[in-house]
Design a protein around this ligand. Structure first.
Ligand SMILES: NC(=O)c1ccc[n+]([C@@H]2O[C@H](COP(=O)([O-])OP(=O)(O)OC[C@H]3O[C@@H](n4cnc5c(N)ncnc54)[C@H](O)[C@@H]3O)[C@@H](O)[C@H]2O)c1
Length: 433
């Protein structure tokens, strides 16, 4: 019988990806493109149905990356975990949210580990891709998958490799983004590298799974802290009557030693607001306070409130109160040109404005309705006259926003993204962050 490494080299290894969301779907598409027989295992019956009918439900993954492989029989999806019995390689891409007390919610990783253990057989490779605290692979996966006698690096191979998917990025996709990989033993790293070398241009091996876990948290903490810094620069600049975006763009001309980050209405998405808190939580268990992370979190979390303040100020300058004003939120997504509203600052801004008595609507070409976090709204038509609102607040600066029309029609604008910098017209009515 061929060994696992032989099967991987011959591309006869059967791959199962647990969780076919933003991270898992591009991954199954890459494995199928490379010629592997791959199955997406997901509890979400709708995702399974769509994938099996050759459709994509994630904007970054075009149908042409899915449909031909479903047709050829290389790619399919299921909700039945028994498919793991046939798996040679299992890649775990399940969510890692926070719970109500903002601590790591490990339910999905633990659940996936238990399912794999239930169908485990000799010669299995398991790679965790979900972002999590350093130590998860050795503390959760390794004990679970060796408790019934499997030998690490011999009959079971375990690794961690953080995903670096950047939704909406037109240049860097799964294949051409270098991938950090740490094995639970040298043999585990060797087998996992052999698999990934079929689908990725560059692998960056590191010495342990903890290192690989920490790499991801450094990357996202770096972003969260720098965004926290420029958000505070924005608030300080306004007090000094200086335009923070102009300051940052000018500083960005320095060809060395400076990297521009831009302020905004608050963090959003599945990664930057959440992942650093996995690290600070882990450090708390070691009696260490992750001060940069906590400070950045407190500044970034306060930004939606600051946007509410700026909007009140803008209305007040024009002789209006927030109470009773008609306010349009443009863009409910957490960032430009994506249809993802998870953790979007739009929710807190809508809550804050409503609490002050505003009549809030939203427009977003990618998100037809909002129904989470206590906000239930349907998007208004994209052609609605901007002048029918007392103020328009730009939260996500989608490319689809007709900026000329907005400048012409709107009475007052709060531009939290500096989306109108290049647009002429009455600048007096545009309030920056
Ligand atoms: N979205 C991103 O841009 C991004 C980027 C880098 C890293 N990550 C990390 O990758 C991980 C996955 O994120 P995502 O955005 O793809 O999440 P997602 O919510 O889009 O997809 C996760 C999927 O896992 C499924 N699932 C959960 N438990 C399951 C189980 N036991 N069996 C089968 N299916 C199960 C869910 O139904 C869901 O479809 C997270 O840890 C996240 O932090 C995400």
């Amino acid at each position: 019988m061929p060994s696992l490494i032989q099967k991987i080299e011959a591309k006869t290894a059967r791959v199962v990806v647990i969780g076919i969301g933003y991270v898992g779907l591009p991954l199954v598409a890459e494995f199928a493109r490379a010629g592997f027989r791959v199955t997406g295992l997901d509890k979400d019956a709708e995702k399974v149905r769509l994938l099996n009918s050759g459709e994509s439900y994630i904007a970054d993954v075009p149908i042409c990356d899915i449909a031909p492989h479903v047709k050829s029989g290389l790619l399919d999806a299921t909700s039945n975990a028994a498919v793991l019995t046939e798996a040679d390689a299992v890649i775990v891409c399940v969510p890692t949210p926070l719970n109500k007390t903002r601590d790591p919610d490990m339910r999905f990783i633990v659940g996936a580990a238990e399912e794999i253990a239930r169908y485990q057989h000799d010669g299995m490779l398991v790679i965790l891709e979900s972002t999590t605290y350093p130590g998860t692979t050795t503390e959760v996966l390794v004990p679970k998958l060796t408790e019934r006698g499997a030998v690490l690096g011999s009959t079971v191979f375990i690794a961690f490799s953080p995903e670096r998917v950047d939704p909406g990025n037109l240049v860097y996709k799964t294949k051409n983004t270098p991938k950090v990989l740490g094995g639970a033993s040298p043999e585990c790293l060797h087998v996992a590298s052999a698999l990934y070398s079929h689908i990725l241009d560059k692998i960056v091996p590191v010495s342990s799974t903890e290192t690989a876990e920490m790499v991801k948290l450094l990357e996202n903490t770096f972003r969260a802290v720098n965004i926290g810094l420029v958000n505070e620069i924005a608030m300080m600049s306004r007090k000094l009557n200086v335009d923070p975006f102009e300051v940052i763009r000018a500083a960005g001309t320095k060809p060395f030693g400076f990297m521009p980050f831009f302020p905004g209405p608050g963090l959003g998405g599945h990664c930057i607001p959440i992942d650093p808190l996995y690290l600070s939580w882990k450090l708390r268990t070691l009696q260490y306070q992750a001060r940069f992370i906590e400070l950045a979190d407190s500044i970034n979390s306060a930004m939606p409130g600051y946007v509410v303040e700026r909007t009140s100020e803008a209305l007040n300058d024009h002789g209006k109160a927030v109470r009773g004003s008609k306010i349009l939120i443009y863009g409910a997504a957490y960032k430009r040109d994506v249809s993802d509203s998870r953790e979007s600052p739009a929710f807190a801004i809508i809550h804050g404005l409503k609490k002050r008595g505003a009549l809030v609507s939203y427009m977003d070409p990618y998100i037809p309705e909002l129904n989470e976090d206590g906000v239930a709204l349907k998007a208004i038509d994209r052609g609605t006259h901007f002048g029918s609102f007392d103020v328009v607040v730009i939260v996500a600066d989608h490319s689809a926003l007709d900026r000329d029309r907005l400048m012409r029609e709107a009475e007052l604008i709060v531009d939290t993204r500096d989306a109108l910098r290049e647009y002429s017209g009455n600048r007096q009515k545009v309030y920056g962050l």
